[in-house]
Design a protein around this ligand. Structure first.
Ligand SMILES: C[S@@+](CC[C@H](N)C(=O)[O-])C[C@H]1O[C@@H](n2cnc3c(N)ncnc32)[C@H](O)[C@@H]1O
Length: 208
């Protein structure tokens, strides 16, 4: 099953399943973006709008983008606001949806489904104003080393999605190589236990 088909299936239960990764990433996003002024936000892989609900309270304009129609429908049900626009697009294709540069691009739990980080970060840099920010919040690669992957259960059993492993150095170097500097790195540990394997890697980049 393709990643897009899987999210179309997962959409109706995505918000209600127990999902520590989903919930922890929302905490990381707020921690890294709370003190950042952003007025126009491009949220890549917005899904059911988990983070859109908070981001749109800080932004004057927000574009939520996803290739799953069913995930987008859940987001649209939750958030109806004149400054929020949802669009269906695949970020592996050219980013024709960028009409004006943004000052924040958000990737939450989406880059594990993207094989080529360099291409995604180059497109994000091109979509930003100078000085704009790029936030990355992903399942920590250390957690991926233990075999953790996006998954859900349906009537046919456990469905494990296609995921790509990106090491910490790949995330950092892919950003730096297209003109970002690293502003903050945050590692989220379950129960605040810094002796355990971190669950979420959060990185805040700023375009030079
Ligand atoms: C794990 S969900 C994360 C949703 C939301 N950002 C969150 O944190 O709850 C990943 C989302 O990325 C979307 N996605 C994956 N690959 C994509 C692609 N190539 N283009 C656009 N959206 C994509 C999926 O449809 C899905 O909604």
């Amino acid at each position: 099953m393709s990643i897009q088909q899987a999210y179309n299936q997962w959409a109706s239960q995505y918000d209600t399943n127990d999902n520590k990764t989903r919930d922890a990433e929302a905490i990381v996003l707020k921690t890294l973006l709370r003190d950042i002024d952003f007025h126009s936000c491009l949220e890549i892989g917005c899904g059911t709008g988990k983070n859109t609900q908070w981001l749109h309270t800080k932004a004057n304009t927000l574009m939520g983008l996803d290739f799953s129609e069913a995930m987008l429908q859940e987001a649209q049900r939750k958030i109806q606001a004149p400054h929020v626009q949802f669009i269906q697009a695949n970020i592996l294709e050219p980013w024709h949806f960028v009409q004006q540069p943004f000052n924040l691009v958000v990737f939450s739990l989406v880059l594990e489904h993207i094989e080529n980080l360099d291409a995604a970060f180059a497109k994000a840099a091109a979509a930003l104003q100078p000085g704009g920010y790029m936030y990355v919040g992903e399942l920590h690669p250390f957690k991926q080393y233990t075999g953790s992957k996006a998954r859900y259960t349906n009537e046919h059993g456990l469905q494990v999605l296609t995921c790509y492993l990106h090491h910490l150095s790949e995330f950092l170097n892919a950003g730096i190589s297209v003109g970002f500097e690293v502003k903050r790195v945050f590692e989220y540990f379950d129960e605040d236990d810094a002796n355990s394997i971190p669950r979420i890697l959060g990185i805040l980049f700023q375009l030079k």
